[in-house]
Design a protein around this ligand. Structure first.
Ligand code: DC
Length: 234
């Protein structure tokens, strides 16, 4: 089934979960099915990182400079494009967001508490301007939108997430050591769930979905049905 709905009331749906749980793709498709906007908050952390690199600032050793850049970043999404293009300081950062240098430095940015505060604030403003929204990240239901109407937490076993990541790399023509990727995922999960600012946690009121044995379509269907059931109850 692939119906599209017209949502007229305000509706914030949050999707949190670790990398490789499939949340980005799922969130985007769910937003389409519901006919609402889609916010990729990881892109904002990546955008600040891309700006730092643009200014030759190393986020892992120059926290003060990185914070100054975050304060002056003026991140703006262009909601007319799909997915929304991201601008910072007037520069189109979209093409840089997934580059290897940005990917390898973004966790240093995500670990800076004052940078998180700036982005959490910016995300809440986006939620006000786009009150029908599927938003995806690691702290959306737990920190940014605690009153969201529907919260999901997507997970998958470390082995399955490593396999998905390896497949992505292979499809991009790169080599992938699945065992090593799995070890890195387990280590990152531990760091993410124990860090002080914005730790990765499953909110108490979130619907937890283990996507290990599910296809993308099955996950989107499952979430779509859960949102519709929730809306029918209010
Ligand atoms: O989902 P992603 O890979 O694009 O996220 C990039 C980085 O930003 C990753 O280290 C997780 C972090 N992040 C975060 O800490 N909080 C969010 N709301 C979104 C992403």
């Amino acid at each position: 089934m692939n119906t599209q709905t017209t949502i007229t009331d305000d509706l914030i749906v949050t999707l949190d979960g670790p990398a490789g749980s499939g949340k980005s793709t799922v969130a985007r498709q769910l937003a389409k099915r519901l006919g609402v906007d889609f916010l990729d908050t990881g892109a904002m952390y990546r955008g600040i990182t891309a700006l730092c690199l643009h200014h030759d600032v190393d986020p892992s050793t120059q926290a003060d400079e990185a914070l100054a850049i975050a304060r002056q970043s003026d991140l703006q999404f262009d909601w007319q494009t799909d997915p929304p293009a991201l601008y910072g300081q007037g520069i189109d950062l979209t093409g840089r967001l997934r580059d290897a240098d940005v990917t390898s430095q973004v966790s240093a940015i995500a670990a800076l508490g004052p940078v998180r505060e700036i982005l959490v604030d910016a995300q809440r403003k986006i939620g006000k301007a786009h009150p029908r929204l599927v938003t995806e990240g690691r702290d959306q239901g737990s920190v940014v939108f605690p009153n969201a109407q529907v919260k999901f937490y997507l997970d998958a076993s470390a082995q399955v997430r490593a396999h998905r990541r390896a497949e992505q790399l292979r499809q991009a023509g790169k080599e992938a050591d699945e065992k090593l990727i799995c070890e890195q995922i387990i280590e990152r999960d531990h760091k993410d769930s124990t860090r002080k600012d914005g730790p990765l946690i499953c909110p108490d009121d979130a619907v937890k979905v283990d996507t290990s044995q599910m296809t993308l379509d099955q996950v989107v269907d499952h979430l779509y049905q859960a949102v519709m059931q929730r809306l029918a109850r209010v």
